[in-house]
Design a protein around this ligand. Structure first.
Ligand SMILES: O=C(O)C1=C[C@@H](OP(=O)(O)O)[C@@H](O)[C@H](O)C1
Ligand SMILES: C=C(OP(=O)(O)O)C(=O)O
Length: 412
């Protein structure tokens, strides 16, 4: 689906959708719990459906009890290793689902066969593969199908801290299911730390306590523990709120509601970052802990007329749904922005107004949403190819955009 937007200011109240990252974690902890859990304020985005589907393959059951609430019957510590057929997991385009499920499937079912769509199966898994080589766990990836088989054993796990925090989350969820203590060592400084903190918060909610690293050579300590059932509501999503902050930075008047200022979501850093972009002078923002904010931050920076901005610590943006350093640059340039990409940074010289033009989401939800917000401040209409990509994390994005006064036509 393509969308053509006629530039128009957005105004009015908006509550961003529930946090995708927190929802993945609550679903996983509920599904691993021994008993019946309840999760409210859930949004059935494509990625969340992928995690629900995958946890079902491990024996968990869930039903929708009203619009946004599900009741989950967890599998407890039960293992299903007797069946020699490995479960199959269609992870859609969700990196979180794939990286969280790989060790969980090993712990619960002795492995699994993983498939995905879009760019998913090209995104890196090497940190897991290195561990599997060391631990004698079989893996094979052929024609986009990843098969993993073996026994996840208690012990020491070393992981680089600068590829994806999702490897840490996957192991932190799986290792408590084993029958002995384990340690996870970050071999380089941890990026996206707050996502790991969000994992520990979700684990704690299910009664599973892990100890985080202290000092230079620290490690996570994980002892065998059972997951208890949970009853939790998903918070509003700070990463999605980022697009509405960008809209306001461009002169729109969106009232962003429902956000928890004390959230465990690291992307609440959008508040101070937004304030800095709204001030004058050159600005440098470190995005190594909040990679998902880069598209809205880059857009806001593109319209800081006469001011320069650098977004640094952004290397991992290249391994998301698209190479986001390349796609943010190419698509904002198509609208006239003055932006350059480096290996791990974006350098932006703000201008006063953008032009209209033809753009492409590159099948990346965050690029589509960035372009939609850009189109509130362009001199001509903006066409976004593949604008349905928003369904990965925010299926109601276009109806919310229309409710705020956005004007657009669709072409299927
Ligand atoms: O754990 C999570 O929920 C996520 C972690 C981040 O990835 P990285 O740790 O790979 O940067 C983030 O970009 C992604 O959208 C969601
Ligand atoms: C990178 C993202 O998600 P994932 O890694 O789960 O695909 C995202 O939502 O921007």
């Amino acid at each position: 689906m393509d969308i053509t937007i006629t530039p128009k200011k957005l105004s009015g109240p908006i509550t961003p959708p529930p946090s995708k990252s927190q929802a993945h974690r609550l679903i996983i902890t509920a599904c691993l719990g021994a008993g019946v859990s309840r999760i409210s304020n859930l949004n059935f985005s494509q990625d969340i459906r992928a995690t629900l589907f995958c946890m079902e393959q491990l024996g968990a059951r869930w039903e929708q009890t009203d619009g946004d609430t599900i009741q989950v019957t967890g599998i407890g510590a039960r293992k299903s290793k007797s069946d020699s057929r490995l479960p199959r997991f269609d992870c859609g385009e969700s990196g979180s689902t794939l990286r969280f499920l790989i060790p969980i499937a090993l712990a619960v079912a002795g492995g699994g066969v993983f498939t995905g769509r879009g760019r998913l199966m090209e995104r890196p898994q090497q940190p897991y593969f290195d561990l599997f080589d060391e631990k004698g766990i079989f893996y094979e990836q052929r024609d986009g199908v990843l098969t993993v088989r073996g026994e996840l054993t208690p012990g020491d796990y070393a992981l680089p801290g600068n590829v994806s925090s999702q490897f840490f989350t996957g192991l932190l969820c799986a290792l408590p299911l084993l029958d002995g203590p384990s340690r996870i060592y970050p071999t380089t400084a941890l990026e996206s730390w707050d996502y790991i903190a969000m994992t520990m918060d979700a684990l704690m909610g299910a009664g599973v306590v892990v100890t985080e690293p202290h000092g230079e050579s620290g490690c996570f300590h994980v002892s065998p523990q059972a997951y208890s059932p949970i009853d939790r509501a998903v918070e509003a999503d700070w990463s999605q709120a980022g697009f509405y902050y960008a809209a306001n930075g461009l002169g729109n008047s969106v009232k962003i509601l429902g956000m928890n200022a004390g959230s465990v979501q690291g992307d609440k850093i959008i508040c101070p970052y937004y304030a800095r972009l709204c001030g004058g002078g050159p600005v440098e923002l470190d995005v190594s802990q909040c990679p998902d904010l880069v598209p809205p931050l880059a857009l806001h920076a593109a319209l800081r007329a006469g001011e320069s901005t650098r977004l640094v610590g952004a290397a991992r943006l290249r391994i998301k749904e698209s190479d986001r350093l390349a796609t943010v640059t190419s698509e904002l340039r198509r609208l006239g922005a003055d932006i350059e990409e480096g290996p791990d940074f974006l350098s932006i010289r703000g201008i006063a107004a953008l032009t209209g033009g033809d753009t492409d989401s590159h099948n990346d939800h965050r690029i589509a949403m960035m372009l939609a917000m850009a189109a509130t401040r362009t001199s001509g209409s903006v066409t976004i190819r593949d604008a349905g990509a928003v369904a990965k994390s925010y299926p109601d994005f276009w109806s919310d955009y229309a409710r705020l006064g956005g004007v657009f036509t669709r072409t299927e």
